[in-house]
Design a protein around this ligand. Structure first.
Ligand code: PLP
Length: 394
């Protein structure tokens, strides 16, 4: 039998998605994967049902239904003062995941380097490898989460073809501000590199903090791609509706790659997504408040259980330090939490190329329903009484 490709051996299955499978197996509260537990808004469910009943059952245009591309452009223009046009600037994809993959394939040559800030969402490294390029990691400052400018300057070279920015950042909750994006823009200009910004958490920014869309920073010129999706904002991760917005030349290249990756996103769900993108400001205010209160609830329940937490500015994850438990490391602790306590979390090293970093830190998500959070509180409340949580660090 032919052996699997060397490429397929360069990454393992996703630690996060594996946690979800194990959560089911061990009946654990899944605070590992950032799937929003709450229901999709009822008008969106209704719109999807109607689209199916009205026989929206064929492929859409490969780069997305006209109405949805236009709705994406209008929403980006409304929120970020852009002047995009759905016909020229938008490609509808199967989630932001495919938008990122199509974007990387559209701009990279084999052997090109792609800068990724760490901690980073685990997909980015694998996707860069799939595009036969080389990831180059630049850690954010471990405490302030600020960009270390001199490290970033050193990471850029003539081999740099792209940089991935994830704003707000999963897992740290860091929100990049305009001045940081301008630093990145200057380096992209100097090295003629493309910035690809994953903004799936764009509406989850807290405490009055503001999301800056990378495309609104003029210094990027035409070297930018913004990917985002309906998954997190409208509680529909399973619908797989995402998009890439970019200048026309890049859009044409992204569309060619997308065409042969997935052909098209689900037609009736694209129709329903038009309704979602048309929601007015009240929806987004509600969403921010909804998640800010969940963030505060998760931080307080983790602190009560004995963790030391960082309150994130954005996205929906909390970084929790486990030093009080004196357990061996976060991998062993997550295993214990899953199997003995019934709560799933992600060990922090999963977000770094160097697995020695973050050995005593875990990521928990607050994207869960009140019921799941209450159950997690009950289970974690007894944590300090478990004998196994004492004196395990070597
Ligand atoms: C940073 C980031 N990008 C993309 C995704 C996946 O987005 P989508 O469901 O639109 O593919 C996730 C999911 O957790 C994520 O955290």
């Amino acid at each position: 039998m032919k052996r699997p490709s060397a490429l397929s051996q360069q990454f393992t299955e996703s630690v996060i998605r594996r946690s979800t499978v194990w959560s089911r197996q061990y009946r654990a509260c899944n605070l590992a994967q950032g799937t929003p537990d709450d229901e999709t808004p009822s008008e969106l469910k209704q719109a999807a049902i109607e689209a199916i009943s009205n026989n929206w059952n064929q492929y859409s245009d490969t780069w997305g239904a006209d109405a949805l591309r236009q709705a994406v452009a209008e929403k980006l223009n409304r929120f970020y003062g852009l002047q995009l046009d759905g016909r020229q600037n938008v490609t509808v994809t199967c989630g932001a995941t495919e938008a990122m993959m199509a974007s990387l394939l559209a701009v990279l040559e084999p052997g090109d380097e792609v800068i990724i800030f760490e901690p980073s969402y685990e997909n980015f490294r694998a996707q860069v490898l799939i595009a036969r390029a080389k990831p180059v990691f630049v850690p954010l400052h471990p405490e302030s989460l600020k960009i270390d400018e001199s490290r970033l300057v050193d990471a850029f070279s003539d081999r740099t073809a792209a940089i991935i920015v994830n704003n707000p950042n999963n897992p740290s909750g860091k929100v990049f501000d305009s001045s940081e994006l301008e630093v990145i823009a200057r380096l992209c200009q100097k090295h003629n590199a493309i910035a690809i910004s994953d903004e799936v958490y764009e509406h989850m920014v807290f405490d009055g903090c503001r999301h800056v869309c990378l495309a609104s920073i003029k210094q990027f010129g035409s070297n930018w791609i913004v990917v985002s999706s309906c998954s997190k904002t409208y509680f529909m991760t399973g619908w797989r509706i995402g998009y890439a917005a970019a200048p026309p030349d890049l859009t044409a290249a992204i569309r060619r790659c997308h065409d042969f990756l997935s052909l098209a996103a689900a037609t009736p769900l694209q129709d329903a997504a038009v309704t979602a993108l048309g929601f007015d400001q009240r929806y987004y205010h509600w969403l921010t408040e909804h998640y800010q209160s969940k963030r505060d609830a998760l931080v307080s329940l983790l602190e009560e259980a004995g963790f030391i937490c960082r309150r994130p500015q954005g996205a929906y994850y909390v970084l929790a330090d486990m030093s009080n438990f004196q357990f061996e490391d976060s991998v062993a602790f997550c295993d214990f939490l899953m199997k003995e306590v019934g709560v799933a979390a992600v060990p922090w090293p999963a977000f770094y190329s160097d697995e020695g970093i973050g050995r005593y830190k875990l990521r928990f998500t607050f994207s869960k329903s009140k019921g799941t959070m209450a159950q997690a509180r009950d289970r974690l409340a007894g944590l300090s009484h478990f004998p196994a949580t004492r004196n395990r660090r070597h």
